[in-house]
Design a protein around this ligand. Structure first.
Ligand code: GDP
Length: 471
């Protein structure tokens, strides 16, 4: 982890750390060189002890007071020195959660030498003070935003380190080689090799393998973070909206008998087995002259392209076997799971299973999953949910493997991989040390940008502005 400046920020910042609005408790946080002294001016502990003299990591009951006017009775938690979230003195007032109290306490802090914190400024300070690597700081935002078991596990794993130490260790080894190769340049007359080339080659191989597997994990990581996209497709009137309603147990999509009523796409998130699924109901796939509907159909095709799972609905009256199999074959993409849903089976006699057998026979190699359902009667909807949960489990061993979920990390890893491949090529071509050094430095730069070893104000501003105030 980076140990940068441990000089405290002279300006002390303040913000509400809990959600705004009425609540049992509101936590107001101060951070900066004078946090304890400022808090001491406005907080009177019942024990009569000053916060300045109190030991670190202690909690005090007392009152917050402005010009002899009591604002609230509250608890003050103090963190001294560098042992706090931000790596500088911190005070947290746990007040009663009234908007009025919060406003008055913040005003009081501002009048006594603090300034309002910017979005993400507490976490930014934690990063600048070496408490967190940059990717860990980003995971804090993901953790707060997590709303499913899977996205929570991924964010927690990243915040607690994730792939930080692995990247930092590899970067360190590469840095050592870069120094040795650059040292050789100083002795170029003497034709010496300080950097052991075979060791260097094996390091390059390790870096490449690590980067490749992290890059590959991005698609899984992204899905776990944002939910698995599932497209519901089929002809108009196949029962797509009815199915979406059955899955959600609510009347949300418009159901109608007139073909083409689901004009736009509708998206709903449903949690099954701790994993978020994003169900996308699409306008019926068919060639259409209707302008508005044409837009819907276009969107449907785009959604199919982005989906990990496709639920293809049909019934045995409105579709022929060849229509169904042709559609699947034409829209088939490697890596996408096709689930065939024979709908309206409440209206079909049992012998239509022959229809299903024929479809499965024709689609061998494309899919082997077919469920007979009735979206309207809710038949086999539980089985469909169970199938989706099992499928998600096979997609990744959640929580076991390290996954990349952040697009910034993904891009930096991809850039680092490209640069390291250039180093490898350079080695094969016996390029001179100074040329090798350029590509090595480039790799170091990209690896360092993930953890924040190298960063600039623009990048930091971009990252932390996405946080909420008070974090
Ligand atoms: P969409 O155009 O694909 O979204 O189709 P809808 O969900 O609007 O359904 C079209 C019609 O089929 C409606 O009248 C539904 O009630 C009916 N429907 C849908 N699923 C079933 C089913 O499982 N059984 C029966 N009998 N009717 C269904």
């Amino acid at each position: 982890m980076n140990k940068k400046n441990t000089i405290y920020n002279s300006d002390t910042i303040v913000a509400l750390a809990t959600a705004s609005g009425m609540g049992a408790i509101a936590v107001i946080r101060l951070s900066g060189a004078n946090a304890i002294e400022i808090a001491d001016q406005i907080f009177k502990s019942y024990s009569k002890k000053s916060l300045v003299d109190a030991p670190s990591h202690t909690v005090h009951l007392g009152i917050l007071e402005a010009k002899n006017q009591v604002i609230d009775e509250c608890l003050a938690t103090i963190f001294k020195g560098t042992k706090s979230y931000t790596g500088e003195p911190v005070v947290e007032f746990s007040c009663h959660g009234s908007n009025y109290i919060v406003e008055e306490v913040i005003k009081l802090c501002l009048a006594n030498g603090t300034r309002l914190a910017e979005a993400g400024e507490f976490t930014k300070r934690a990063f600048l003070n070496g408490k967190l690597a940059l990717n860990q700081a980003e995971a804090v935002a993901d953790l707060i935003a997590s709303d499913s078991k899977a996205s929570h596990q991924v964010a927690l794993q990243q915040m607690r380190g994730g792939f930080t130490s692995e990247i930092e260790a590899l970067r360190q080894e590469l840095l050592n080689f870069a120094s040795l190769i650059e040292l050789e340049l100083d002795f170029s007359e003497e034709d010496v090799e300080f950097a052991d080339r075979s060791q260097f080659k094996s390091l390059l191989k390790t870096i490449k393998t690590t980067l490749s597997s992290l890059i590959q994990s991005f698609s899984v990581g992204n899905v776990l973070k944002n939910g698995i996209p599932v497209a519901i497709v089929g002809k108009p009137n196949a029962g797509k909206s009815t199915l979406l309603n059955a899955l959600l147990n609510e009347e949300r999509a418009i159901v109608s008998d007139i073909a083409g009523t689901t004009r736009d796409t509708i998206e709903e998130t449903l949690h099954i087995g701790g994993i978020a699924f994003r169900f996308i109901d699409t306008a019926g796939i068919r060639d259409t002259q209707d302008q508005i509907e044409a837009i819907g159909v276009q969107k449907a095709k785009e959604k199919i392209e982005k989906a990990s799972v496709i639920l293809f609905l049909f019934d045995d009256k409105d579709n022929t076997v060849s229509e169904i199999t042709t559609f699947v074959k034409e829209n088939y993409r490697e890596g996408t799971k096709y689930v065939l849903l024979h709908n309206k089976t409440d209206l079909s006699p049992e012998e239509t299973t022959a229809f299903d057998d024929e479809i499965l026979q024709s689609l061998k190699g494309y899919t082997d999953t077919l469920l007979r359902i009735s979206a309207k009667e809710g038949q086999n909807i539980t089985e469909l949910k169970r199938f989706l949960a099992d499928y998600a489990q096979t997609l990744s061993h959640i929580g076991k493997a390290t996954v990349v979920t952040n697009i910034r990390h993904y891009e930096a890893l991809s850039n680092a991989l490209q640069a390291i491949e250039k180093v490898e090529e350079g080695m094969q071509m016996h390029l001179s040390g100074d040329l090798l050094a350029i590509d090595i430095r480039e790799t170091l730069y990209h690896l360092g940008s993930i953890t924040g070893e190298v960063s600039n104000e623009e990048v930091l501003g971009n990252i932390f502005s996405r946080f909420c105030i008070g974090k």
